[in-house]
Design a protein around this ligand. Structure first.
Ligand code: ATP
Length: 199
């Protein structure tokens, strides 16, 4: 799977629609201080479902919307779309191209889309779970993250290894199955009580 295109519009310093094509051989983005390099990475994290405004260097989520400059009025909507070439079906989906879109309005209204159809954030999480690309994925290591991994508690570090190794998804499934089993046992107990009462 390859990152193909990133389209940014109204997100942070990118007031106008900006399209970045990740051509083969492209290895880096350079530019002067404050030109928006980190905003590009944040756009990727945001469209993949980042929920923490703080981790996007803001106080509230609407801070990602272009806030205006001396010459230009603020905008009311931020939109980012990311397209992956999935012709190798690395992400378990029939789609050979996966396009995720996230839109946020100042009113707070927010939309996620998967290949043009509205979807839930959860659908995106599930699609990318254990691929290393999800919200908590390790394809993006931001400044300070390396240090935090070194300083993490052993169980948190283990969680990182589990996510990378692809066992996290199975742990989640196991947890859900255990909850279902416990609920079923409660229902059975209740049933036995009723049977005993009736007999
Ligand atoms: P450096 O090399 O110093 O790390 P950078 O190229 O990574 O810089 P960014 O941190 O991505 O630059 O961009 C910072 C710029 O984005 C600042 O000029 C800031 O004012 C602008 N910016 C951030 N949020 C918004 C917003 N909501 N609206 C308008 N501009 C914004």
């Amino acid at each position: 799977m390859k990152l193909k295109t990133l389209e940014i519009s109204g997100f942070k310093s990118f007031a106008d629609k900006t399209v970045i094509d990740f051509m083969p051989g492209m290895t880096g983005i350079v530019g002067p201080n404050g030109s928006g390099k980190s905003n590009i990475i944040e756009a990727i994290r945001w469209v993949m479902g980042e929920q923490s405004a703080k981790d996007l260097r803001g106080n509230k989520m609407s801070d990602v919307i272009f806030a205006g400059t001396k010459k230009r009025r603020a905008l009311n909507r931020a939109e980012v779309a990311i397209t992956f070439d999935n012709s190798d079906h690395y992400v378990k989906s029939d789609y050979t191209e996966i396009r995720i879109t996230r839109r946020l309005y100042r009113t707070g209204e927010s939309v996620y889309q998967l290949n043009g159809s509205d979807c839930r954030l959860r659908d995106i999480h599930e699609l990318f779970m254990d691929t290393g690309l999800g919200r908590e994925g390790f394809s993006i290591i931001s400044q300070g993250r390396v240090e935090s991994i070194f300083n993490a508690k052993p169980e948190d570090r283990r969680g990182i290894i589990e996510e990378v190794a692809g066992v996290y998804k199975y742990k989640q499934n196991k947890h859900k199955a255990q909850q279902d089993l416990a609920q079923t046992q409660l229902n059975l107990d209740r049933l036995y009580d009723i049977i005993t009462e009736v007999q």
